[in-house]
Design a protein around this ligand. Sequence first.
Ligand SMILES: Cc1cc2nc3c(=O)[nH]c(=O)nc-3n(C[C@H](O)[C@H](O)[C@H](O)COP(=O)(O)OP(=O)(O)OC[C@H]3O[C@@H](n4cnc5c(N)ncnc54)[C@H](O)[C@@H]3O)c2cc1C
Length: 395
Amino acid sequence: MNLSENAADREFRAQVRQFLAQHLPDDLRQKVINFVWLNKADYECWHNLLADYGWQGPAWSREYGGQGWSALQRKIFDEECQLACAPRTVPHLNMICPVLNAFGTPAQKQRFLPDMFRLKTWWCQGYSEPGAGSDLAALQTSAVREGDHYVINGHKIWTTWAHWSDWMFALVRTNREVKAQEGISFVLIDMKSPGITVRPIISADGCHDLNEVFLDNVKVPLDNLVGEENKGWTIAKFLLGFERAEMAAVGLCKRLLQFCRKATQSHYLEGRPLWDDALIRHRLAELEMRVKVHEWTTLRVLASEEAGTTASAAPSMLKLASSELQQDLTRLLRDCTGPRGTQYLRALRQGEAVELEDLRAFDNALVANYIDWRKVTVYGGTTEVQKTITAKTFA
Ligand SMILES: Cc1cc2nc3c(=O)[nH]c(=O)nc-3n(C[C@H](O)[C@H](O)[C@H](O)COP(=O)(O)OP(=O)(O)OC[C@H]3O[C@@H](n4cnc5c(N)ncnc54)[C@H](O)[C@@H]3O)c2cc1C
C-alpha cells in the first residue's frame, strides 16, 4: 500500500495553496483564526469563490458537476483549506448530494443539485428527535399519505442551521406496523411550508447554530420522497458514512496543533514560556504523535477505499480518533490561558470590536474553542456509539 503523494498529488497541493494565497479574503481568514462566528454571507462568499475558480462541489463526482477528485485529492484540498484558515465547505451539501446522486430521481437531481454549488439553497439535516439520537430508528415523526402528498407531524431537534435553510432532508416514519428500521422514509421538506416552526437552541458558548423544528400537519408532495417508501434506513446509513468520513479533519487537527505550539510559546508562567515546562512539552509531543498517527490512519483508509477493501467501521474509527484528538488539543489550548481562561467574552466571538490586548483576545479564542469543541464527541454519532460499531465489526 503506497501512502505517499506522487508528483501529480504534490502539484495539486501546490495549486490549492496558490488558490488560497490569491483568493481567500483576509477578513474571512482573520475571522476563522480568531474563531469569530461565521454568518451565512461568509459561507456563501467562500462557496462562490470556489465556484468562480471552477472548484464547485469539491467532494462531488464529475457527472453531477463536481470535480471528480480522488479521495486523496479531497484530503489534500481539505487539509490545505483548514491550514490556511479558510471556512469549511458547508457539510450538509456533502451529505445530500451523494444521496441524491445515488437514490434521487432524474427530476430531483435536476431540480436540486445545480442550486447547491453557489449555496443558492441551504439544507439542514432532520434526523434527531428528543427521543431518537443514538437510537435513531426510534424516531416518531410521522408521514401519512393523503392523495398526492404526505402529511407530516413531529418534532426534530439539534437541527444545525435550520433557521438559515430552504430545505430539510428528513427521516420520517411511514409504517408503524413493522420493525422500526423498516418503516422509515427519506423525504425533502420545503422549510417555507405552512406548519413549520423553527425555535433556536443557544449553545454553551452563546452561539446560535442549533434549533428545534416543529412540524404540524406539514404537506409534502410525494415527489419529494427519495428512494422507495420505507427504505429510508438504507439511505440514512449511507449518508452517515459520508458524514463520519468527513470528520477525519486531519488539516483541522494540524491547525489546532499549530495553535498549541504558538500558545505554549506566547504564554508565560513565572517569567518563563510554558514551552520550557517539561510537562507541557510532554503533552505537546504526545499530541504531535497522535496527529501524525491519525494522518497515517486516514491515508491507510483512503488507500484501502481505492482498493475496495475498506472496513465498514472505518468512518466510525476516524470520527472517534479525530474528535477525541481535537478535544485534547483544545484542552491544552485552554490550559495555556491559565487564570485568564476563566473569562469568556461572547462579544469578541460575535466579531464586535472590543478594546483588548492581543494576548487577551487570543485567549478568548482559545477558551471559545475549548467550550465549542465539547460537541464533537456528540454530533455525527457519540463516542460510545462509534466504539460499539467498531467493536462489532472486529468481534
Ligand atoms: C453540535 C451538534 C449539532 C448537531 N446537528 C444535528 C443536525 O443538524 N441534525 C440532526 O439530525 N442531529 C444533529 N445533532 C444531533 C446528534 O446527532 C445527536 O446529539 C447524537 O446522535 C446523540 O443523540 P442524543 O443527543 O439524543 O443523545 P443520546 O442518544 O440520548 O445519548 C446520551 C448519552 O448516552 C450514550 N448512549 C446512548 N446510547 C448508548 C448505547 N447504546 N451504548 C452506550 N452509550 C449510549 C451516548 O453516547 C451519550 O453519551 C447535532 C448534535 C450536536 C451536539
